[in-house]
Structures are given as C-alpha cells and as structure tokens.
Design a protein around this ligand. Structure first.
Ligand code: ATP
Ligand code: MG
Length: 139
C-alpha cells in the first residue's frame, strides 16, 4: 500500500554537503520525492516538531542542534515508505547502525545523526502537515 513519510536532512548533513548523496539514495531505493523544501527552523518551530520529546533530558540540546542551520524537509512516497525509510536511515545512534545505512555513512553521533524519519502513519501525517500544505504534494 502506498504510504508517505517525512524525511529531514538535518543541519549536520546539510553543512557537511550530503544533500545530493542522500537524495540520490532515495531515488535508488525507490522512495519517490513528492515535496521538498529547504528552511531553517526557529526555536518554537523546532520545539513544536519535537514536542513528543519535551520531557527527555536531551530536548534542549536537540532543539539547539535542529535550529543551528538549514534543513531540507522532504515528503517521500512508496509502498511501506515509513518502515522502508527507517531501515535505510539505520539506528538512531550511528555506532549501532548497519553498514550502508544513511546514519552509518553520514551521522556523527546519537544527536547529530544526519536524518529524521517518521515512526508511524499517525506521526507521518502530522509531520508532513508541519512542513507542507496539500497543494505542495505532487501526484
Ligand atoms: P528521528 O525522530 O530524528 O527520526 P529516531 O526516531 O531514530 O530519530 P528518537 O528517539 O525519535 O530517534 O529521537 C529523536 C532525535 O533526538 C534523534 O534523532 C536524535 O537527534 C536525538 N536523540 C535521541 N536520543 C538521544 C540521546 N540519547 N542524546 C542526544 N540526542 C538524542
Ligand atoms: Mg523519532
């Protein structure tokens, strides 16, 4: 069943020049780009996006990191896109990520981990709407 998920190329990966490599990997893996936008999150936008983590001890640093530079938000579409993309990303901590995954290749540590991906259909819908209106989504 066709499904959509939200990807973010995080500030560390944008700064390091990995946008092109990551986008090309989406295309190789059959994750179709249906919307894409570069932006820099304000503090309140980053806090809103990661609201589910607001009680976690690393929340303040996470918000600081996510606002530290431009990001690229992308809506991806494929059969089973949410799990497929999470497998492509690899474990949250790049030290635990499988070979060839985006985090193994491009992440520095558990916080500066290059990419974000939605973790459920409910969150994918909320996260896509956080960055895109229905008119932005192609097809
Ligand atoms: P994401 O939601 O970004 O796709 P994830 O689902 O693998 O990643 P979450 O548990 O949702 O991981 O954590 C959200 C983000 O918070 C992580 O991607 C990472 O940037 C940061 N983070 C997670 N755990 C830690 C930690 N122990 N220390 C610092 N930052 C962390
Ligand atoms: Mg998550």
């Amino acid at each position: 069943m066709k499904q959509r998920t939200l990807s973010i190329i995080k500030p560390d990966a944008v700064k390091a020049g990995y946008i092109g490599d990551i986008l090309s990997r989406f295309q190789k893996e059959g994750l179709h780009i249906v919307a894409m936008r570069m932006t820099q999150l304000s503090q309140s936008q980053a806090e809103g996006f990661y609201a589910v983590h607001r009680e976690r001890p690393f929340f303040g640093e996470l918000v600081e990191f996510m606002t530290s530079g431009p990001i690229v938000a992308i809506t991806l579409e494929a059969d089973d896109a949410i799990q497929g993309y999470r497998t492509l990303m690899g474990a949250t901590d790049p030290a635990k990520a499988d070979e060839g995954t985006l985090r193994k290749l491009y992440a520095s540590n558990v916080q500066n981990n290059a990419v974000h991906g939605s973790d459920s259909p409910e969150n994918a819908q909320i996260e896509i709407a956080y960055f895109f209106s229905a008119l932005d989504l192609v097809g």
